[in-house]
Design a protein around this ligand. Structure first.
Ligand code: CA
Length: 229
């Protein structure tokens, strides 16, 4: 069984109890706190393997906790999954841009919680080699050769399209905001704006044919490559 430590920062008792119970049942060591202040203190002290962070907390709120954890070199590498409520899309975007790994909209099922927690921990373990070929579903990406095969057929992509696809596909299941995508491709092409990202995605989906459905739109947040594992 895993003995990875998960720190849960959540002020709603019902959710905290449910999350704590299920993580413990799955073999995780769990530490629960109900405020941002305590969360920061415990995270720095225990250096957990994963933090589950409610955004709407009294006092120091979740975004501030996220910012401070990512600023501190001791805690910067700890993955964070935000627990979010309806209407918090802007905060989700800000959290992701600060370096949070993922988010879970409430209400979430135990099954989804466990899947996401495991996915984040798994991704942390294997940091993909940038030049390594990626085979995902019926898509094959060769970064060294700037070559993409969809269902065995070669696809002609622009340099920018290739970079966007490679970024998304390098972390399946991971949501990238438009800003993060722009940041990644900036300098290679001029005038890459939020809208330009949408245009690149439309072009990519079209060229990839059936594999185009691997790129999912996450409304109000950005884009994600389907986790086909
Ligand atoms: Ca809350």
């Amino acid at each position: 069984m895993s003995s990875e430590l998960v720190l849960v920062i959540e002020d709603e008792e019902d959710i905290l109890a449910m999350v704590h119970y299920n993580l413990a049942k799955a073999g995780f060591a769990v530490e629960s706190v109900m405020s941002g202040e305590e969360g920061l203190e415990r995270a720095t002290e225990l250096l957990p393997d994963l933090v589950l962070l409610d955004l709407m907390l009294p006092g120091v709120d979740g975004l501030e906790v996220c910012r401070r954890l990512k600023e501190n070199s001791r805690t910067a590498e700890i993955p964070i999954i935000m627990l979010t409520a309806k209407g918090e899309e802007e905060d989700i975007v800000r959290g992701l841009e600060m370096g949070a790994d993922d988010y879970l909209p409430k209400p979430f099922s135990t099954k989804v919680l466990m899947a996401r927690a495991k996915a984040v921990l798994r991704r942390r373990q294997k940091k993909a080699d940038e030049s390594e070929s990626l085979a995902i579903g019926e898509l094959l990406i060769h970064p060294g050769r700037n070559e993409v095969l969809a269902q065995g057929e070669r696809v002609e992509l622009t340099f920018t399209e290739f970079k966007v696809l490679h970024l998304l596909a390098s972390r399946p299941g991971w949501v990238f905001t438009r800003y993060q995508i722009v940041n990644e491709v900036r300098g290679e092409d001029y005038a890459v704006t939020d809208r330009a990202v949408d245009v690149q995605i439309v072009g990519l989906r079209k060229k990839l044919g059936q594999c185009g459905s691997y790129i999912e739109t996450v409304r109000g947040v950005g884009y994600r490559f389907r986790d086909l594992v």
